[in-house]
Design a protein around this ligand. Structure first.
Ligand code: ADP
Ligand code: MG
Length: 333
């Protein structure tokens, strides 16, 4: 059983597409998958045409009204389930601000319930607020979609800083299982340079004990493919909409790599070759809110020194001066 958050505080990098397509791919491998839509934009919910009706429960009621995960569950297929979101989830960030233990509500709601599944996949919002903090507390692994472009690595440094704090204060088991390159356009010099910098950075982190010290870039890269952008409009997974597309191939490869991380290669089932079975911004609760929430965690006295030193991102030829913060982020909390 693996509990994974698909996370990157930047919007438009492929989080929801990855949660949806990876979930569907794992289900094709007969892995029982529970997806949770934790983004007030509810794009994962829309992707599967699973918009809640007036009386249906969603992740909002789980977070703010103590609803049970079972009561909010939507079955999408034999192996695929979703806890949907509604745009009212946007209110949860402010409603939870003064709630004691607000960062572990989702973890507690999914405890035991998620054990029925082989994979829990949480689609995170494009921010580092209380919703994201709930995802970080509820999982043990982080899968980071990254679009390789200028400043992508600076964004990663900020994310790693938060991940370190959460690991130190709330969730000691938290680790990065890998970075997946999305919307990838191979052959461009910039993409090549960013990926090279990223690999060097991860290599340098080996054995350091940081949550990303065992992480690597997945061999499967997700190429830019119009079918991936089209399939949500039809309420279908990429495997139902365009099973032979590059998008379907790439997410199939990612699912197999993920499965092989934990299971021996022989455990990956044979897939049918073509037939398949499976059916901007949330309110800015800033990093400060995360720090405040983390500071109120179980070990407020813990001293944590985080140093995330990333190599300079490949700058475009006519680059403007790189905005601060600089490539080195040092936090002492
Ligand atoms: N590999 C891809 N090829 C083409 N379009 C993609 C790809 N991945 C995502 N998209 C499209 O890009 C947009 C942003 O992707 P999305 O997964 O919603 O990102 P995020 O959840 O990080 O905001 C969406 O319109 C999506 O359909
Ligand atoms: Mg999204």
């Amino acid at each position: 059983m693996r509990h994974i958050a698909v996370i990157n505080q930047k919007g438009g990098v492929g989080k929801t597409t990855t949660a949806a397509s990876l979930g569907a791919a794992l289900a094709l491998h007969k892995r029982r998958v529970l997806m949770v839509d934790l983004d007030p934009q509810a794009h994962l919910t829309l992707h599967f045409n699973a918009e809640p009706g007036q009386d249906d429960l969603t992740v909002y009621e789980i977070l703010t009204r103590s609803a049970s995960a079972a009561d909010a569950l939507v079955n999408l297929g034999e192996y695929l389930c979703l806890i949907p979101a509604h745009t009212d989830l946007v209110a949860a960030e402010s409603e939870l601000v003064s709630v004691v233990g607000r960062e572990v509500i989702l973890r507690d709601a999914l405890e035991r319930f998620a054990d029925r599944y082989d994979y829990l996949l949480i689609d995170c919002p494009p921010s580092l607020g209380i919703l994201t903090l709930n995802a970080l507390a509820a999982v043990t692994e982080l899968l980071i979609p990254l679009q390789p472009h200028f400043l992508a690595l600076q964004g990663l440094a900020r994310l790693f800083e938060t991940v370190s704090l959460v690991q130190a204060r709330i969730n000691p088991e938290l680790r990065v299982c890998g970075i997946v390159l999305c919307l990838f356009e191979g052959g461009t010099r910039l993409a090549g340079e960013v990926v090279e910098d990223l690999r060097r950075f991860l290599e340098a982190a080996r054995g350091t004990g940081t949550p990303w010290s065992e992480a690597s870039v997945f061999k499967a890269t997700i190429r830019r493919n119009i079918k991936l952008a089209e399939c949500p409009g039809h309420g279908l997974s990429i495997f139902d909409y365009a099973p032979r597309s590059n998008g379907a191939q790439d997410y199939r490869a990612l699912a197999e790599e993920l499965i092989n991380q934990a299971e021996p290669p022989a455990a990956v089932d044979e897939l049918p070759t073509d037939e398949v079975q499976v059916g901007e911004q949330s309110p800015a609760v800033s990093d400060q809110a995360v720090r405040a929430a983390v500071a109120g965690g179980p070990n407020p006295s813990t001293q944590v020194a985080v140093e995330v030193a990333l190599p300079p991102a490949a700058a475009p030829q006519s680059a403007e001066p790189a905005p601060s913060p600089s490539n080195t982020v040092t936090t002492v909390a």
